[in-house]
Design a protein around this ligand. Structure first.
Ligand code: GAL
Ligand code: ZN
Length: 672
């Protein structure tokens, strides 16, 4: 891990966008800057896709235009998150080195003409990217506008892995470094299965499209390798920036719950973590997905303030149907980011484009111009964010954590498993939702991280666990913590080798049970459940039922919390609890319906001594950041809240409460 440079570089909360002035005539730029000032924009990301305009041929930069843009911005007091501009290689580079183009699993070389057209293992690409980063850093390292550096863009978004010959060679080198002897690789990969014992490194290929399921351990290693290769591209540029622009913080924009990139492994290389967030406005639960992504971003940054690098002011262009944001939704989702620890709220992009693939993506300055709802919302959000300046730099303290390990995620979603219906992001959402509804702040934590700061740890389908991770969880419970573990956890070791003796082998003792057989449920099949206290399911008007999975649990000390109500397992335990040391370990052998699951999650929270809110109307979130309590409604109806006392609202400067009515998608930020 290299030394971290300090952030924030702004007073108060940052506000802005991607700014792509090269797509517009220079005569627009003064107007851009004047309108940015009107909206309160103080931070813009420049140059992400500008390679062909900065370096139209190998060698010298043709960056006069960028000099003028940066000067204009500096004069207006607008800080810049300057890209190294390497996210999309230009035609001349690809023409000179066609092998830069990435190859898919089935051997197709992807053509030039979109973006991110590069193989992360390509030496020609890396050399050209480092060269460009070096020219950018030496030219702009001291520019007064530059507040931070932005390397690449959404690593892995379009090309999470490349299967070309150069990638194959790099994969072999990576494997040699990991295993040193081919025999150890055969051991880890289960070479005896299907006649796959290698005798030489040169025989190994990436897991390309094969007659049937590729070796899962090979696939898992390839996922590790692919994340590492992208990281190596990032690191190479970071090293250049460290030389030419020391002291300026560096970021790249993550994508929330995005499987290809192991953010915990990357985060040590980012001075400030940033994320792009595009929840679907057509989804009534868009705010649940974004809240989760924001909490994840804060967590991978070890709790420090982070940056919302991109969101859409209104519609995007890349879904099959692109619904605009509802009135108030841009504001509510922006405030949500601040509530969850963000110190800057940026959008893609400044002007809605007139040309190119993204011309129907919203911008802060829409095609319609300033006489538009979007522009008025943009200006008023700028004013809101200025009022939130006292919040900047403060922290969110979570006492609950969802355990997440990218290696386990990679392995979990490989093929030839008991079910293909188990998707981690969805399962995490199932547990996140009731915690959000109860106003419980949640971090995401790596299984081997420091857990004692938490009271509750939720472990959804942590399929792969290391010995150290398993012991860490057990210690957490013994020392008084509460753990809630689900089916299909603790199944394999880091080589994807099954841990024998009954599931989940490393935690049978902790949980006081043993599962003999893995039993997923088909789509549309549910199994009745009995047993939660009436108090836990007060809102239930339908019978409790389990989905997705149905473990047969042999109790060995655990007490049942739920039993199966029907089918061949009627009367058997479906969810259990077990005291262990000073703590308690709960187990779910099925995924209960949402009402029943909420009851169980609340039970776990109460056991853990967490403060729960039962009063939050649907769609309203309550988050404490530093001394401030954010109450944000994502509902399209007015909702009533009891604030307990009269309180100062930072957004309006007015005293509110004790009874308050929140208009649709409105928010309060209550001072202490
Ligand atoms: C992101 C990307 C941006 C822009 C945006 C549109 O994935 O980083 O450059 O394309 O999507 O929603
Ligand atoms: Zn490749």
């Amino acid at each position: 891990m290299s030394e971290r440079r300090s952030w924030p570089a702004l007073d108060g909360i940052g506000y802005g966008c991607d700014y792509n002035p090269e797509q517009w005539p220079e005569s627009c730029w003064p107007e851009d800057v004047a309108l940015m000032a009107e909206a309160g924009v103080n931070l813009v990301t420049v140059g992400v896709f500008s390679w062909s305009r900065l370096q139209p041929a190998p060698g010298e930069l043709t960056a006069g235009w960028l000099d003028r843009v940066l000067d204009l911005l500096a004069d207006a007091g607008i800080r810049v998150d300057l890209a190294t501009a390497t996210a999309s290689p230009p035609p001349w580079l690809v023409a000179a080195h066609p092998e830069i183009l990435p190859v898919t699993e089935d051997g197709r070389r992807l053509a030039f003409g979109a973006r991110q057209s590069y193989c992360p293992s390509s030496a020609a690409f890396r050399a050209a990217a480092v060269d460009l980063a070096e020219r950018m850093a030496s030219r702009y390292g001291d520019h007064p506008a530059v507040a931070m550096w932005h390397i690449g863009n959404e690593y892995g978004c379009h090309v999470p892995a490349c299967y070309c010959e150069r990638s194959a060679a790099a994969f072999r080198r990576w494997l040699e470094a990991r295993y040193t002897e081919i025999g150890r690789l055969n051991e880890a990969w289960g070479g005896a299965v299907w006649s796959q014992d290698y005798t030489d490194w040169s025989q190994i290929e990436p897991p390309r499209e094969a007659p049937t399921f590729a070796n899962p351990a090979q696939q898992l290693d390839f996922a590790r390798f692919s994340s590492d290769e992208l990281l190596a591209c990032y690191r190479a540029e970071r090293a250049v920036l460290a030389r030419h622009s020391p002291g300026t913080p560096v970021t790249t924009n993550f994508m929330g719950l995005f499987r290809p990139v192991d953010q915990f492994r990357w985060s040590g290389e980012l001075d400030v973590v940033s994320v792009d967030s595009y929840p679907d406005p057509a989804d009534a639960e868009a705010h649940v997905a974004s809240a989760m992504a924001y909490d994840l971003t804060r967590s991978v940054g070890a709790g420090r303030p982070w940056i919302l690098m991109e969101q859409a002011p209104s519609a995007v262009n890349w879904r099959s149907v692109n619904v605009p944001k509802a009135p108030g939704q841009y504001r509510a989702l922006s405030l949500q980011a601040v509530a969850r620890g963000s110190d800057a709220v940026l959008s893609f992009q400044w002007r809605a484009a007139a040309t190119g693939a993204e011309k129907f993506h919203s911008g802060m300055l829409p095609h319609a111009g300033t006489d538009s709802r979007v522009w008025r919302d943009v200006v008023s959000l700028g004013a809101d964010l200025r009022r939130l300046a006292p919040v900047a730099g403060s922290l969110v303290h979570a006492q609950a954590a969802l355990l997440l390990d990218w290696e386990s995620w990679w392995a979990l979603e490989l093929d030839s498993h008991p079910t293909s219906r188990l998707r981690l992001a969805e399962l995490l959402g199932e547990f996140y939702r009731p915690l959000l509804q109860a106003g419980v702040s949640v971090d995401f934590a790596h299984p081997q991280s420091d857990l004692p700061g938490y009271r509750l740890v939720v472990i959804p389908a942590l399929y792969l666990v290391t010995d150290a991770g398993a012991a860490n969880v057990a210690r957490f419970v013994e020392d008084g913590g509460t753990a809630l573990v689900t089916f299909f956890s603790g199944i394999v070791d880091p080589a994807d080798r099954v841990r024998l003796g009954g599931y989940p082998a490393p935690w049978c003792e902790l949980l006081g049970l043993r599962v003999q057989e893995l039993a997923p449920l088909p789509e549309g099949v549910a199994v009745g459940l009995d047993g939660l206290d009436a108090a836990d399911t007060a809102a239930a008007d339908t019978a409790a039922a389990g989905r997705l999975w149905q473990d047969v649990i042999d109790l060995a000390g655990a007490q049942p919390l739920l039993t199966y109500a029907d089918g061949h397992l009627a009367g058997e335990a479906a969810a259990t609890t077990h005291s262990c040391g000073r703590g308690e370990a709960m187990y779910l052998g099925t995924l209960p319906d949402r009402v029943t699951l909420a009851g169980l999650v609340q039970r776990a929270c109460r056991r853990a001594g967490l403060e729960l809110r039962a009063d939050l109307p649907r769609g309203v979130e309550a988050v404490r950041r530093g001394d401030y309590l954010f109450l944000i409604s994502h509902s399209d109806r007015a909702v009533e809240l009891d604030l307990g006392a009269k309180r100062l609202d930072l957004l309006t400067g007015a005293m509110v409460g004790p009874a308050a009515v929140l208009a649709p998608r409105d928010a309060l930020v209550l001072a202490p």
